[in-house]
Design a protein around this ligand. Structure first.
Ligand code: HEM
Length: 184
């Protein structure tokens, strides 16, 4: 992903990471791997994913995720068929109520009429996020809350799990994946 943030205008070549992002620096780069999805009445499926966290010199990382179907053909999808994508920003703030504590704020836009802001905590490389706001159009699916857990696991991989509350169903797993860093 290239920055659209104006090296041509500013004359700067590669922006230095914003100092406030040091605690999230471990995320910067491009990650690639496989995940498993499912939901209450949705049979499990495998997907491929690429995530990029990009430093632009500003006090938030730009984030983009792209996914593809990676399972047996089903419902008109075959391996490589485009699946969900999401894009947004991640920033980190000192917790005013907890000395040494850190708050992570993530804003995400989805192409299916939903935008959400998560607020959570950072502890080392473990990030726990919970919905702060979910907004959706009248035609969007009735998603009311999501909880996300990200962390670096053995071998330096990035793993995450996303639980979701939708269509009146209780909070339960929708997605989980393990990704390897393929580019710094
Ligand atoms: C890695 C990213 C994601 C992948 C690969 C993915 C994939 C899928 C797939 C394949 C389905 C089955 C229905 C269909 O074919 O459309 C589905 C259902 C659904 N997804 Fe996702 N999704 C992702 C992210 C999200 C996110 C971020 C949200 C909410 C903001 C979401 C909300 C839903 C809902 C509400 C359903 C319907 C569940 C049900 O009632 O059965 N998905 N997803």
């Amino acid at each position: 992903m290239t920055s659209t943030t104006g090296p041509a205008r500013s004359g700067a070549s590669v922006p230095d990471p914003h100092p406030s992002l040091a605690p999230l620096a471990f995320l910067v780069g491009t990650w690639h791997g496989e995940g498993v999805g499912g939901y209450e009445d949705l049979p499990d499926f495998r997907y491929e994913q690429e995530i990029t966290f990009l430093s632009t010199g500003r006090p938030a990382l730009a984030y983009a995720s792209t996914t593809w179907w990676a399972d047996e053909p089903r419902d008109g999808r075959e391996p490589g068929s485009p699946l969900a994508t999401e894009t947004g920003f991640w920033r980190v703030q000192d917790d005013p109520d907890k000395p040494g504590g850190r708050i992570v704020e993530v804003s995400l836009a989805h192409p299916f009429g939903i935008a959400e802001i998560y607020v959570g905590t950072l502890d080392g490389t473990r990030i726990e996020l919970d919905s702060n706001v979910v907004i959706r159009t009248a035609t969007a699916r009735d998603v009311t809350r999501s909880v996300r857990l990200y962390g670096i696991v053995e071998g330096g991989d990035l793993a995450y799990a996303i639980d979701m509350e939708a269509s009146g169903k209780p909070l339960q797993p929708h997605l989980s994946a393990r990704l390897r860093k393929i580019e710094d």
